[in-house]
Write a protein that binds this ligand. Structure first.
Ligand SMILES: [Zn+2]
Length: 648
């Protein structure tokens, strides 16, 4: 069988007579077709050639906008790839990367194309000094609605008050899909906002490649890196998660493995300041995750060579970054200190450190892994006997997110040229995975307090853009009604945990299920708010009921579990493996013995992320108007850049 193929190599039109259609080499070019970059944004170009099975390559070409690049078979790396690092151009408009390969039979050829676009976002408008991204991880409209109902209550159908994020003047929606799936995880969810490019699930600030190293992937320059290099700004990361977690990681660390905690935290420091004004610019890093900053032999450390990075020296040279090292015994916290970072290990120390006018770099690590959630921090603050300050598994003297946010802003604002700040409410997502409605709502309230702190700063400063957004929705979280019974009545209901059959005349609905009041029967749940801003109890009579669209198996009581959700020491972390916080969700409270069994439609006992669009709202002058309407997650990056560069 004979096919005719038309192949363009270095601008010359060739005709190949091909004997077997199957034996063609394949070519992958990154960035991917349809990628967009800001003028002068740096990104890596990589072309990977794969010969047909049993064949080898005899010729390769690569051209950018028709200009042949100097590559050859002998110059390809061990994975038959060629990387151009740190490419950038000021030529606005469409561009094309083309590549071709011929294999050993000299009878077949392949041809690859990537069209990308350079966007000019600069203009004559005011250039914002500061940008703050408030990111409620996993937060959808359901979380916001529930937090408003719980915190403010309703009278005659009207909310008695608004969340801080409700008061933002501009509101839009974001489509959250990643490079390779409609449902994203936090790595692409965040890095789409910080690079303007789609990443694959589990990867942040990079495109996929075919090498085994998780730290040599083709990079796309982060918002913070651009802002540091071109505008002299500094970067702050504030999270209630372990600081190695995907969302904080996608503010500064480039990796194809979101779980590589040792390497991610090392990279935070190793690449904070590079040559020629480059670097991730981190000046403030607040959250959990002390386990990555302690030598492996220290109690509680999670550092290991398996999760570390060491770049090939040629790759490091190309990238213009240190090679890193497999150094589990590194005392990373000491290294941060020696680079001028002041360390705070508690809420009290944080307040002192931020108040000192000499503090310009700040690191605060308040837990070994994820910080305790708001519900448990508040319970700790309300308890007359505070837990031991030295314990890593109890709600010790951990700051609330708004306290961390105020401290971060105070320190970052000392940089004359401004800052980029991420404020993440991380456990809205983690507790939604667990279908723990009370803790997810408490964390949304905590996040909203941090949003208010940002809004107050932006009001005073007058030169700051604040957006509130989420990386994706988690759990299909919905306010579906309210209990028709008191908490005491709910607790007294007999177990119906073994009733698995659909309701029918012969098998009436379990008693607990019939306690969920819908429509008129829901009325208006009424929570009493304590002076600390949180409900006096998570279990008022006739409380709000949350349903989960992406649910896993669970026993549901709708009664809160007051046992502290302690963070185990030194465990490895996966955002979506939150069972480590609490044990399986099916065993929370007395559910396993006195609950109503709900069979989820996804495997396991945790809820999942969804593809549902998430809200974005914006505050701070005219650039805020950019965020109205429905937008792709990568669009958010270009809008933030427009604010920074005056092109709105
Ligand atoms: Zn998640």
């Amino acid at each position: 069988m004979i096919f005719t193929r038309v192949v363009m190599i270095a601008g010359i039109l060739l005709v190949c007579w091909c004997s077997t259609a199957e034996a063609r080499p394949t070519i992958r070019i990154t960035p991917v077709d349809t990628a967009r970059f800001v003028k002068d944004q740096r990104f890596d170009i990589r072309v990977e050639f794969t010969p047909a099975p049993g064949h080898s390559l005899t010729a390769v070409t690569l051209a950018i906008d028709g200009v042949a690049q100097p590559i050859s078979i002998s110059a390809l790396d061990a994975n038959l790839g060629n990387s151009i690092r740190g490419y950038s151009t000021s030529a606005v408009g469409p561009h094309t990367i083309t590549a071709s390969a011929v294999d050993s039979l000299d009878s077949t050829a392949a041809f690859g194309t990537c069209r990308f676009e350079i966007v000019d976002v600069a203009g004559e408008k005011r250039k914002y000094r500061n940008v703050i991204i408030c990111l409620g991880d996993g937060m959808g409209t359901g979380h916001r609605t529930a937090a408003r109902i719980v915190r403010h209550g309703y009278t005659a159908g009207k909310a008695n008050g608004r969340l801080a994020m409700d008061e933002f003047p501009v509101y839009g929606m974001v489509m959250t899909s990643s490079l390779n799936a409609i449902v994203t995880d936090s790595s692409p969810g965040m890095s789409c906002y910080t690079t303007g490019n789609k990443s694959a699930n589990g990867q942040q600030g990079v495109y996929p490649d075919n090498t085994s190293s998780a730290f040599d992937n083709p990079r796309v320059e982060y918002l913070g890196e651009f802002a540091r290099r071109r505008l002299g700004k500094v970067v702050g990361i504030v999270t209630t998660a372990d600081v190695e977690d995907a969302t904080p990681g996608a503010m500064a660390a480039h990796t194809s493995n979101r779980g590589a905690g040792t390497g991610i935290c090392d990279q935070f420091l190793d690449e904070s300041e590079l040559s020629n004004g480059r670097g991730n610019g981190i000046a403030v890093l607040l959250g959990g995750g002390r386990r990555w900053f302690l030598p492996a032999s220290a109690p509680g450390s999670a550092r290991s060579a398996d999760t570390d990075y060491q770049l090939d020296s040629a790759v490091a040279d190309q990238l213009g970054v240190p090679t890193g090292a497999l150094d589990p015994e590194r005392d990373l916290l000491a290294n941060f200190r020696s680079r001028g970072f002041v360390h705070a290990g508690s809420a009290t120390e944080l307040e002192v450190a931020a108040a000192n006018p000499d503090t310009r770099r700040l690191i605060g690590l308040f837990a070994l892994a994820n910080m305790n959630v708001a519900y448990d921090k508040i319970a700790g603050r309300r308890a007359s006997a505070r837990p031991a300050e030295t314990s890593d598994t109890l709600p010790r003297d951990q700051p609330m997110l708004d306290e961390m946010t105020r401290a971060a802003i105070t320190v970052l604002d000392r940089n004359r040229r401004g800052f980029m700040l991420l404020v993440e409410g991380a456990s809205i997502d983690k507790q939604s995975h667990l279908m723990d409605a009370d803790r997810a709502i408490w964390d949304t309230i905590e996040f909203d307090d941090a949003v208010r702190a940002c809004r107050e700063f932006a009001d005073r400063d007058g030169n700051t853009l604040v957006i509130v957004v989420s990386d994706h929705e988690c759990s299909g979280f919905s306010a579906i009604g309210a209990l028709k019974r008191t908490t005491a009545e709910m607790r007294a209901l007999p177990s119906d945990a073994t009733n698995f059959a659909p309701a029918s005349a012969a098998n009436p609905s379990p008693a607990r299920q019939t306690a969920v009041g819908l429509y008129t029967e829901a009325g208006f749940p009424n929570y009493v708010i304590a002076p600390d801003g949180y409900p006096e109890t998570a279990d008022p009579d006739y409380k709000l009921v949350i349903g989960f669209g992406a649910n896993g198996d669970r026993f549901e009581t709708w009664i809160d579990d007051s046992a502290s959700r302690a963070e185990p020491s030194g465990s490895s972390v996966d955002e979506c493996d939150t069972a480590r916080h609490v044990g399986l969700s099916e065993s929370r409270g007395d559910g396993a013995t006195n609950g109503y069994f709900i069979r989820g439609q996804i495997p396991g006992t945790q809820a999942a992320h969804t593809a549902t669009d998430v809200p974005v709202c914006a505050f701070g002058g005219k650039a805020a108007a950019l965020f109205g309407g429905v937008q792709d997650n990568t669009d958010v990056y270009f809008k933030l850049m427009r604010a920074l560069l005056g092109g709105y």
